[in-house]
Design a protein around this ligand. Sequence first.
Ligand SMILES: CC(C)(COP(=O)(O)OP(=O)(O)OC[C@H]1O[C@@H](n2cnc3c(N)ncnc32)[C@H](O)[C@@H]1OP(=O)(O)O)[C@@H](O)C(=O)NCCC(=O)NCCS
Length: 161
Amino acid sequence: MNSKTSSASKIDNHVYKIFPNDLNAKKTVFGGLIMSIADRLAVVVAERHSSQTCVTASVDSWHFVAPAKENDTLLFSVAINKAWGSSMEIGVKVEAENSYEGTKRHIVSAYFTFVALDDEGKTVPVPALVPQNDKEQQRYEAAEVRRQARLTVREQLKKYK
Ligand SMILES: CC(C)(COP(=O)(O)OP(=O)(O)OC[C@H]1O[C@@H](n2cnc3c(N)ncnc32)[C@H](O)[C@@H]1OP(=O)(O)O)[C@@H](O)C(=O)NCCC(=O)NCCS
């Protein structure tokens, strides 16, 4: 199976303009809205990379670093960090842009794991990812650390089921 690069599937600065119906009682952006958009974009990246239907297996390290507000514009940047057998880690970064001032704030970082499935719902192999520069290499290595942590926690929690 051919290997692929991150740039072949990534999404840079996907724009979502905030309107009043996107806000919660505190007048900041409803977090579930951001999660939903991030999941939709991340599955596109996973499906571009794998050329298969993908499902969200897990989301971890989701951090709301700062609130987004009315009049902000959200910018989503989404890229694959590493691929294994049938699974892929997709990193999501969300920034809030104040378009009037030309400033940006970091809002969210998170890591999604997607699994590629065939027509019968069985897991299928995905292409390897080949990092192209130092930044991608760092993400690739960090993704492996997170995967090992996920597998360890999963194993340790089995006895409680
Ligand atoms: C994700 C799912 C397909 C995994 O099925 P499974 O029988 O556990 O599959 P396996 O144990 O063979 O694991 C398959 C791969 O998924 C990974 N995986 C499974 N559960 C995972 C989890 N919770 N987090 C991260 N990775 C996970 C495994 O590490 C493995 O990766 P690899 O092939 O790269 O080594 C299955 O749990 C499922 O269908 N979940 C529901 C998905 C869904 O409905 N999502 C929301 C709507 S899209």
